[in-house]
Design a protein. Structure first.
Length: 303
């Protein structure tokens, strides 16, 4: 096996990367229904402050013919080449809380060496937890909340969030392999599979990105602004409703999916987040205390 250290180049001094941060992974190239991962990647890049800590070697991991670099042809010459990238970045959420983000393409080659390299980096930075996200098409309606399947060793998240828990064989991606490797460690690990309506799988569905961010927040406590995505989702759903409203077959399809979804959820209800493990509702004092903790964590200049 190739020395895992040969797969990446460290760009940020270790002293500049706080230890004990959560690791978030979102890699494109496999079952990205609703454009969930690509939207998350763009969101992190365009919305949050980030610095590249580690850059992985394309010549070892990337099949250039599958993901060809983008060339800018300027009238009579090539002025720029933009290759795909795979990086580990130091990022800050809305409250300035730092985390590590593994983003870019899923490696085409050297998976075992890549997993070993990630394990090295997890140890190097004393990573506190690992969370990853991807999305698959499912026969569910867009008129219901977007569900998730949760894997890993976070029993609390599986119990409270996982709406579909099949026993089945699926084609794995490299983050499945990473999760399986981390099962032999004590690192808290959670994988979120977003269940996107199959008839919207080929679109850029803002609700998928929102669900991805909410899942990451549930696993890590990180806070992300989603106002822009929610506005885009309202506009998107308005257009979907216009198309469905003008097509009897689509209306029947959605109605059938709603009936099946509601029947399934009745038989497999998730525990309410407002109810304690013993089934009791928290007191007004405990709710007030939780609100005070939340307000204390916000920036002084926020309303």
């Amino acid at each position: 096996m190739l020395d895992p250290r040969d797969l990446y180049d460290v760009r940020l001094a270790d002293a500049d990367v706080p230890r004990g941060l959560p690791l978030i992974a979102a890699l494109t190239g496999f079952a990205d229904s609703g454009g969930a991962v690509s939207q998350l990647t763009s969101y992190f890049r365009d919305t949050l402050e980030s610095t590249e800590a580690v850059v992985f070697e394309n010549d070892i991991l990337l099949d250039y013919r599958a993901r060809r670099p983008v060339a800018l042809f300027d009238q009579d010459h090539i002025s720029e080449i933009t290759p795909a990238t795979l990086t580990l970045s130091l990022v800050e959420d809305e409250l300035g809380q730092p985390f590590l983000l593994l983003s870019g393409y899923e490696p085409d080659f050297r998976w075992e060496s890549f997993i070993a390299a990630i394990a090295q980096l997890i140890e190097r930075y004393g990573v506190a937890s690992a969370t990853w996200v991807h999305a698959i098409p499912m026969p569910v309606p867009h008129t219901r909340p977007l569900g998730v399947t949760v894997s890993g060793n976070r029993a609390d998240l599986i119990e409270s969030m996982s709406v579909w828990r099949p026993r089945t064989q699926v084609p794995s991606n490299v983050l499945h392999v990473l999760e399986h490797h981390l099962q032999s460690t004590d690192l808290p690990t959670a994988g979120f599979v977003l269940l996107v309506p199959h008839y919207l799988a080929d679109t850029e569905y803002p609700a998928a990105a929102i669900a991805g961010l909410e899942s990451i927040s549930a696993a890590t406590g990180l806070i992300f602004p989603t106002d822009r995505l929610r506005e885009e989702n309202r506009d998107f759903l308005t257009k979907v409703e216009e198309q469905v409203g003008g097509n009897d077959e689509l209306q029947q399809l959605v109605a059938t999916l709603e009936t099946r979804h509601d029947s399934y959820m009745e038989d497999n209800p998730l525990p309410s987040p407002l109810v304690a493990e013993d089934g009791t509702v928290p007191s007004a004092d405990s709710i007030a205390a939780e609100l005070e903790r939340f307000l204390a964590s916000r920036r002084p200049d926020e309303d």
